[in-house]
Write a protein that binds this ligand. Structure first.
Ligand code: COA
Length: 560
């Protein structure tokens, strides 16, 4: 059965559906909904049995929906319509929300309903809800719908606002004026709701130190208060700003104008203004705790991006953890991402992007080397959230990699302007999956689910559908490992294995060879990496769908 994913972008939800459907043997292709002509052409080329639209920003052309069943994933409850579904739900403080699968017709979001699922709405950013609850719900309704379609047992329901189960309604685009913060009146809970409703996109427009900035990455700042609107302290990338009844950490800002109009750490945007603020702990970026012989190092870097400064802080925290009494160290990453490698935005803003890239890759490499060579502990990378590019190989630096079911990995660098990559991947990847698979993984440039990653040996175990369930099981297994009488033997074997590998080819040699290639990426004649990074950071819309996923455009793979 041929399924076309028609989508504005190959975002996390589209990637997850791609992985789930491919795993179930559907014949799949993807087209970016760039304009009517390309979408119509894609349908003509691929001749799908069914079209699934996980993430659209425009209506599907009539010539497509009138001739094919098109299922649209709407991130809202039954009856909810409009382009700001999740934004309104968070802003209005809904206690539960949902995902509805509807069949496209002439009216946007008003087609027949195939299925709908509800979930409790967590106090979290829009992007986090989208990556977890919305994604899980969307996968379940789409898989159910495809199964029903296969068996011819679908009974879609027309949208009927008189039905008691239809709680939603048509809502307009949420505007900046709807979520503007009034620092003289809004309490902490309101400020958090407003910022979270627009995080990751578009952010809440505010005036900060005389500049127009969009705010992101907000957390309650315990124990701090001051005159409403005043900046009180700094912590890691964040500044604390007073509300009427407390204060919030704001981790990231995007200047509306200026030379770097993209998301950056708040202390970088407000370099001068934040310089005099007291530096305190509190912004929840790097945290360490120990229990029952296990150390848990949590690093929740916004969007999974790791700048040199963040890598250095994490390396310091990791070294400190290694000096402690824990015999098992769990690298927990953050709830939304484990790591996405180099901090491309910070690099883009640097005076020399090449120098900043070089420093950043060396800082990640230092961290990777420390993990690879730590022989007093068994190390576990536990992925609650997705990982991409160097972030995947950094995870593989640990002895064990455990991933939450549903996590998506992008274990390749080439999409970033043919970046060669480092993080000792040339040592770590073939060592785990063999040369042939390593080639396939890095050249294929496809997202990979946790199941496939486990089958290939990139991941050692996957379990637990929710973050809470996953972390609870990680804790159980890690503590069991720490209490295992065989741990000492295991540590001796690990040290032996590392020493043998080192004799065969020193880690420094892998690093040097990788960095020679990276040096060409950063400083060489071919500007591809710099162009790709610019396009990524400035979110330049894609003009075509990559051939790796648009199978119908790959002349060697046209369907019969
Ligand atoms: N540096 C800075 N920001 C990053 C980032 C990075 N390495 N990786 C992701 N982000 C940001 C995105 O810009 C986006 O920002 P937004 O909040 O403004 O929307 C957000 O994180 C989510 O990323 P997005 O691309 O929308 O997520 P996705 O799930 O669709 O795709 C990846 C995941 C990993 C495939 C994709 O983010 C990616 O290619 N990242 C770059 C990885 C890379 O090349 N790193 C450098 C080499 S080590």
């Amino acid at each position: 059965m041929r399924v076309l994913l028609l989508t504005h972008a190959f975002n996390s939800l589209s990637q997850r559906l791609f992985v789930e459907l491919r795993q179930r043997g559907f014949e799949l292709s993807v087209e970016f909904d760039i304009n009517d002509e390309t979408s119509i052409e894609a349908v003509a080329l691929f001749r799908p049995d069914l079209i699934v639209a996980p993430f659209l920003k425009r209506a599907i052309p009539e010539s497509i929906w009138a001739n094919h069943v098109c299922l649209v994933v709407h991130p809202g409850i039954r009856g909810d319509r409009g382009p700001s579904a999740l934004d309104w739900a968070i802003l209005n403080g809904e206690s539960s929300w949902g995902v509805t699968l509807l069949q496209a017709n002439a009216e946007m979001d008003a087609g027949d309903i195939w299925a709908s699922v509800e979930f409790p709405l967590r106090a979290a950013s829009k992007a986090s809800i989208y990556r977890h609850e919305v994604t899980e719900a969307a996968v379940s309704v789409v898989l159910d719908a495809l199964e029903c379609w296969r068996h011819g047992s679908v009974v879609p329901e027309p949208l009927d606002y008189s039905h008691p189960a239809v709680r939603g309604r048509l809502r307009p685009l949420l505007r900046q004026s709807d979520r503007r913060i009034d620092w003289q009146r809004d309490d902490t809970a309101t400020v958090l709701r407003k910022i979270r409703s627009g995080d990751g996109v578009p952010g809440v427009l505010d005036r900060l130190c005389g500049r127009d900035c969009f705010l992101y990455d907000a957390h309650p700042a315990a124990g701090l208060s001051g005159a409403p609107g005043e900046l009180l302290a700094r912590s890691g990338p964040a500044v604390a700003r007073a509300t009427v009844d407390g204060s919030v950490w704001i981790g990231h800002l995007r200047e509306r104008q200026g030379s770097h109009p993209f998301k950056l750490p708040a202390v970088q945007v407000l370099r001068q203004e934040s310089a005099g603020l007291p530096e305190i702990a509190g912004y929840p970026e790097i945290e360490y705790r120990e229990r029952s012989g296990v150390g848990y190092l949590r690093f929740a870097f916004y969007n999974g991006a790791m700048s040199s400064v963040q890598c250095e802080r994490l390396l310091e925290a990791y070294r400190q953890a290694c000096r402690g009494s824990a015999r098992v160290i769990v690298l927990l990453g953050g709830p939304d991402f484990w790591s996405n490698g180099l901090h491309l935005n910070v690099i883009e803003a640097a005076a020399s992007a090449a120098d900043c890239s070089w420093e950043n890759i060396n800082a990640i490499n230092d961290l990777a080397r420390e993990i690879i060579t730590s022989n007093r502990q068994i190390t576990i990378s536990a992925l609650q959230g997705n990982a991409g590019a160097g972030g995947v190989f950094l995870a593989r630096a640990a002895d064990l990699v455990w991933a939450r079911d549903g996590v998506i990995l992008n274990p390749h660098y080439k999409d970033m302007g043919n970046l060669y990559g480092s993080e000792y991947w040339t040592y770590l990847l073939p060592g785990r999956v063999g040369e042939a698979r390593a080639q396939r993984i890095t050249q294929g440039r496809l997202p990979m689910g946790s199941l496939e990653a486990r089958e290939l040996g990139l991941v050692d175990a996957c379990f637990g559908g929710s973050n809470e369930g996953f972390v609870a099981e990680v804790e159980r297994e890690a503590e069991r490992l720490a209490a295992d009488p065989g741990l000492q033997r295991r540590l001796r074997e690990k040290a032996q294995h590392r020493a043998e590998d080192e004799r065969r080819k020193p880690l420094a040699a892998y690093r040097q060879a990788e960095l020679e290639r990276m040096q060409r990426n950063f400083y060489g004649f071919d500007p591809s990496y710099h162009v790709a990074r610019y396009n990524f950071v400035y979110k330049v819309p894609k003009s075509r769908t990559p051939i790796t996923i648009a199978r119908h455009r790959d002349k060697r793979k046209l369907p019969e």
